[in-house]
Ligand binder design. Sequence first.
Ligand SMILES: Cc1cc2nc3c(=O)[nH]c(=O)nc-3n(C[C@H](O)[C@H](O)[C@H](O)COP(=O)(O)OP(=O)(O)OC[C@H]3O[C@@H](n4cnc5c(N)ncnc54)[C@H](O)[C@@H]3O)c2cc1C
Length: 465
Amino acid sequence: METLRDMLGAKGVLTTPGDMAAFLDDPLGATVTPPRAVLRPGSTAEVQAALRWCQSEGLSVVPQGGLTGLTQAAVPVDLDKTVILSLGRMNRLRELDADSATATVDAGMVLADLRARAEEAGFYFPLSHGAVGSSQIGGNLSTNAGGNNALCYGVARDQVLGLEVVLPDGTLWDGLRALRKNTAGYDLRQLFIGAEGSLGIITGAVVKLRPLPVSRATAFVGVKTPGAALKLLHALSARMGGTVAAFELISRGALDAALAHTGMRDPLEAPGAWSVLIEAETASEAMDLGGLLEDGLAGAFEAELIQDALLAQNEAQRMAFWKLREAIAEALIRDESCLKSDTAVPVGRVPEYLEAAGRAVDRFLPGVRPVPFGHLGDGNVHFNLMRPETMPHGAFRGHWVALTEILAEEAIRLGGTLSAEHGIGRLKCEEFAAVVDPVSLRIMRSLKQALDPDGRMNPGVLFAR
Ligand SMILES: Cc1cc2nc3c(=O)[nH]c(=O)nc-3n(C[C@H](O)[C@H](O)[C@H](O)COP(=O)(O)OP(=O)(O)OC[C@H]3O[C@@H](n4cnc5c(N)ncnc54)[C@H](O)[C@@H]3O)c2cc1C
């Protein structure tokens, strides 16, 4: 350990329980195995030195970003001989190139900081979600985060032009290119995006920047059914010229959880079974987004697609709508007996999925209470489940693997996936093994074997041990 301290400095190697505590605080309350140390390198060269040292000591490495991930993937669980490698000290904006509209960042830069620095320079980095204030670029890329406006701008993977990665043996792969086009060989950067730290440590990235929106229009809308919400999405998308950036479907149960969590009032006078939070944004001065959205909603009202709607009249009201939306995730994460789901299906099949999944979980566990909410525009409505009212948490917890498998099977039957934006992590390994097709699994295992032959990078994540 002293050799490593010489390389990383005293603040780069933490070993006391007090110093390490903040790095073990998983948001879903995983029971963490105390690591040998928390390593906090301050540069790519120090990450290389740390990984060479871990290799020589035979230690496993758990990469850690902002520790906001929802699959228990950034802390050691049931692991011997492990260190956490936290990227938090590598938080610099290395370069902002206005001519190429790109930013080159350290992997430990917090997502909100990158968005703010881009904005200062007159640009927009669109990726955003409920943990924008503490998740890091490296973590967002490693989970291929989605969030609230993937409908318009794509997911984390779509923002990246180049990547810098340290491989498990300390070798540096310098793929930090700002190219918009490159067909010279395999696209290696995509291998590490969504790999959940199982193939190496992302230390830097070149990301795309976009023109800064100059206007937004936001509405909170009541609908009777998810089917009506889907029709509304298509009607508004057609009318508003690709400006609909967010389209968040919220069930009554999910909204009630957020109202109880915040003490806020339902924004609508005639609350219905489902709500939708809609936001459109544009960088064009020439568009009257508010007018377009108002007309679109009036048409939807006449067509009896919607029951009630409230357009945000100012930034404070817009922020209140979003506060309510983000409070759903916070409230359900805080409720330890709520099963979190991250399935997705093709957008057009969401209504069918919600019905089929509801029937299937109720058949398996009568009285279980679905609280679906999320990104209808991406087909990724989180089908979260609360325990039957009379069932204790422990007994409900015992059904989680089976319930997650049921939700995954229903999604896959409709052409969907077990995990849309959170990853597999340690939490869903068993379910992943049960539903993944064997050819995909064989290719994934071959890649893991090629890049991490000793299996020291984040063991237990993705592949059950
Ligand atoms: C309230 C709340 C709301 C959320 N809403 C959303 C949402 O809408 N959409 C969404 O997609 N997610 C959401 N999340 C989940 C979470 O914020 C994302 O998964 C985020 O991308 C994790 O980033 P992080 O920096 O916290 O990574 P961590 O949690 O620290 O790590 C996540 C994974 O990435 C690996 N990793 C981290 N950094 C690196 C690196 N530099 N190199 C290699 N591997 C690395 C870790 O080993 C782990 O496997 C939410 C979380 C919370 C708490």
